[in-house]
Design a protein around this ligand. Structure first.
Ligand code: NAP
Length: 262
């Protein structure tokens, strides 16, 4: 194995599906050592198996709910029991709930989005920074969204949450400048994962409509960007990367092929 990431300790939150699972497999192919968290432990175990078969030096899983400080603390303690250093932290856990306008928005949806996408990133970073600050060249990579750059109707809370993630990334970048710890955000546009199924609370038909006639990003596209950023030499920091499919010029500007052309 000749990869810059071989043997490195990579922590991925939200590794049970979508970008996080694809990232586990992609970092596995690089021979990295993986520490994976999410709420669905069974799904994590499947992903860890796939990553191990792809070439991961190690792949371990632990249940994690980033919306709860005690769960994040327990996850960090589990990590400390396995390693004294973390080379890459990927703060990926999160998502959207609902597409209601503010006028009819639901407290529980807003609270979950802010708890996971914003406070989850803060909590996890605080918990693991001691293991990164002593590791020059380590990298905190947050998953943001085009929603953090451009608002859309029905997206007020999610857009606010991802704008929050972007500003956390920028503040951390300033706070950690000179420590050798790198900080960046990868901000994708429309990508086909379980994101829309979760947003529409299991409504498969509504979720499928989001991707109708479009060639969206795949989870693997985002995973490749993460691997690329994480494998730059230690003097290079990818601060902010926006990644969109060719069919999407902005959150509200999508080229959809007519049924005859699909
Ligand atoms: N797909 C898109 O179009 C898109 C675009 C831009 C940004 N994003 C962002 O990309 C990230 C990954 O989303 P995805 O598209 O891969 O969707 P996904 O397939 O639904 O994956 C979301 C992951 O986050 C985990 N998660 C959710 N809440 C959690 C919590 N409280 N604690 C721990 N883990 C939690 C889920 O695991 P469990 O349910 O097992 O906990 C799952 O592994 C999210 O931050 C999302 O906002 C997605």
């Amino acid at each position: 194995m000749n990869s810059a990431l071989a043997g490195k300790w990579i922590v991925i939150t939200g590794a049970s599906s979508g970008f996080g699972a694809a990232a586990a497999r992609a970092f596995g192919r690089e021979g990295a050592r993986l520490l994976l968290g999410a709420r669905r432990r069974g799904r994590l175990e499947t992903v860890a198996g796939e990553a191990a078969r792809a070439g991961a030096a190690e792949a371990h899983v632990c249940a994690l709910d980033v919306s709860q400080t005690p769960s994040v603390e327990a996850f960090a303690a589990w990590i400390r029991s396995r390693t004294e250093r973390v080379d890459v932290l990927i703060n990926n856990a999160g998502g959207a709930l609902g597409l209601d306008p503010v006028a009819t928005g639901k407290d529980e949806d807003w609270e979950t989005m802010l708890q996971t996408n914003v406070l989850g990133v803060l909590r996890m970073t605080r918990a693991l920074l001691p293991l990164m600050i002593s590791t020059p060249g380590s990298y905190i990579l947050n998953i943001g969204s085009v929603a953090g750059h451009t608002a859309y109707e029905g997206g007020a809370a999610y857009c606010a949450a991802k704008a929050g993630e972007l500003q956390i990334t920028r503040a951390l970048r300033l706070e950690l400048c000179g420590t050798g710890v790198r900080v960046g955000t990868i901000d994708p546009g429309i990508a086909e994962t379980e994101f829309s199924l979760v947003r529409f609370k299991g409504d498969t038909a509504r979720a499928a409509k989001v991707y109708e006639g479009v060639a969206p990003l795949k989870a693997e596209d985002v995973a490749e960007a993460l691997v690329w950023a994480a494998s730059r030499p230690p003097h290079v920091c990818v601060d902010e990367m926006i990644l969109k499919c060719a069919d999407q010029a902005a959150p509200h500007k999508l080229h959809r092929r007519p049924p005859a052309d699909r």
